[in-house]
Design a protein around this ligand. Structure first.
Ligand SMILES: Cc1cc2nc3c(=O)[nH]c(=O)nc-3n(C[C@H](O)[C@H](O)[C@H](O)COP(=O)(O)OP(=O)(O)OC[C@H]3O[C@@H](n4cnc5c(N)ncnc54)[C@H](O)[C@@H]3O)c2cc1C
Length: 415
């Protein structure tokens, strides 16, 4: 019999287990994969953007849903506390553009390994390749879990506290397959419908095949839903066979996905020249043309303005033959080019599935969880932490911090 069983050795579960053990409790951490923190190890393109150093108010604005609920856990263990925590564990950190915090080594493994060492140091027993299949209860009280051990045999373990830290359903190959939603639902909890967030957006743009592999730095992106401007972002955007991705596209994806689900019309309008207004851009085009030979083609003008891969799609969009002579461009045609450079339209018709989504939106309804403890309001001794909860945020280190803050609070096992 243990005092505490934690299900899932991700960011939230490792933090919760180590924290619970700090107060002398016996803790069993059950992980179904062969090692802990598989998702942590691939975060931030292998570098792990573990938190964001912005002031609290700005930080909480980036949390897209239930940020008031989350603010209690954040006050208990905030971004500064996370930085201190890892530095104490010997991981040197650095703050980059946008206040994003990374390990100095550039290795996400250092974060995962530090968390495992933290747990081991505090005496947590970790078992791998072991899958919890049920949380057992008597009346409205937790009694333990049933699990399949590494040899596939069902066993039972008792505990007076169980912390569910099973994550969401994104990148299921890391072990996050939504088991926590089933546990919570079977114990009477409501689950806010889950959908992918921070996920590539699929466009029906007729030239999308030409764009695969293209990375645009410093573009402005506006998200329109039913022709209404909803969000404006600036930064990097890329195209792949999965869809439109890169930081700006991911940031607008949260609202875009919900709008697609609601069968609304969604489009991205991309400003390829955000530093120049229309007048200045027109003057730049006139200048380029003046410096060109009259016999040079429109495609050569485009080449001076945009990356090579955009030349054909842009020429088609402006509806000029790329072999049109620059000297033949009328004022109206130059203006059409300006308008398209300042607002290339990408209709969005779908989103990439969970397999490619950085986080899961939706999850265990926060209304049924005590925000001061993370304990279930329905079952005594049952706690939740991390992405399994209906809390998600933008890119920038916020989602890991959600896991750390809620994991820390749950691990304190407050009543
Ligand atoms: C590619 C990628 C990059 C990302 N980069 C960043 C980033 O740089 N910064 C950031 O803030 N966020 C990032 N995120 C999001 C962030 O990684 C997650 O929000 C966070 O790791 C969630 O932690 P968690 O502990 O709640 O869940 P998970 O990390 O999903 O952990 C859940 C664990 O539970 C285990 N488990 C599940 N079911 C069972 C069961 N029945 N029995 C036993 N074990 C079980 C799983 O195997 C898993 O190990 C990224 C996500 C992805 C996919």
């Amino acid at each position: 019999m243990y005092d505490v069983i934690v299900i899932g050795a991700g960011a939230a579960g490792l933090m919760a287990a180590g924290t619970a053990a700090m107060s002398g409790r016996s803790v069993l951490l059950i992980e179904k994969m062969e090692k802990a923190g598989r998702k942590i190890r691939i975060t931030g393109k292998g570098r792990c953007n573990l938190t964001n150093a912005r002031p609290a108010e700005e930080f909480l604005e980036k949390v897209r849903v239930n940020n008031e609920f989350f603010s209690v856990a954040f006050a208990e263990f905030n971004n500064r506390a996370t930085i201190k925590f890892f530095e104490r564990l010997g991981v040197k950190l650095e703050i980059e553009r946008g206040e994003r915090v990374f390990p100095k080594s550039g290795k996400a493994w250092d974060i995962a390994n530090a968390l495992v060492e933290f747990c081991e140091d505090k005496g947590v027993k970790i078992v791998y390749k072991t899958q919890v299949t049920e949380i057992t209860t008597i009346g409205d009280k937790v009694t333990g879990v049933k699990y399949l051990n590494a040899r596939g045999f069902e066993r039972r373990e008792e505990a007076s506290h169980v912390i569910v830290a099973t994550g969401g359903v994104s990148y299921p190959s890391t072990g996050s397959t939504g088991d926590g939603y089933d546990f919570a639902y079977s114990l009477g909890h409501n689950i806010e419908p889950v959908r992918p967030s921070l996920t590539p957006l699929v466009t029906s743009h007729p030239q999308k095949e030409y764009l695969n592999g293209l990375l645009l730095k410093n573009v402005g992106v506006k998200l329109y839903i039913d022709n209404e401007l909803r969000q404006e972002e600036f930064g990097e955007m890329g195209f792949s066979e999965r869809g439109i991705e890169g930081a700006v596209a991911l940031r607008v994806s949260r609202d875009a996905v919900d709008a697609i689900i609601d069968e609304k019309r969604v489009k991205l309008v991309v400003d390829l020249k955000p530093a120049l207004d229309e007048e200045v851009l027109l003057a730049r085009i006139e200048r380029e043309i003046a410096e060109m030979q009259p016999s040079e083609f429109f495609s050569e003008l485009l080449r001076k303005l945009v990356p090579k891969q955009l030349v054909v799609p842009l020429a088609k969009e402006v509806d000029f033959h790329s072999k049109t002579y620059v000297s033949k461009l009328s004022d109206a045609e130059k203006m059409r080019l300006v308008k398209i450079l300042k607002g290339m339209v990408f209709p969005i018709v779908d989103y990439a599935p969970f397999q490619y989504a950085i986080v899961t939106a939706g999850g265990v309804c926060c209304d049924e969880v005590n925000r001061y403890t993370m304990e279930s309001l329905k079952i005594k001794g049952l706690y939740f932490a991390g992405e399994v909860l209906d809390i998600d945020a933008n890119t920038g280190g916020y989602n890991m911090q959600i896991a750390f803050s809620t994991g820390r609070l749950a691990g304190q096992l407050k009543k």
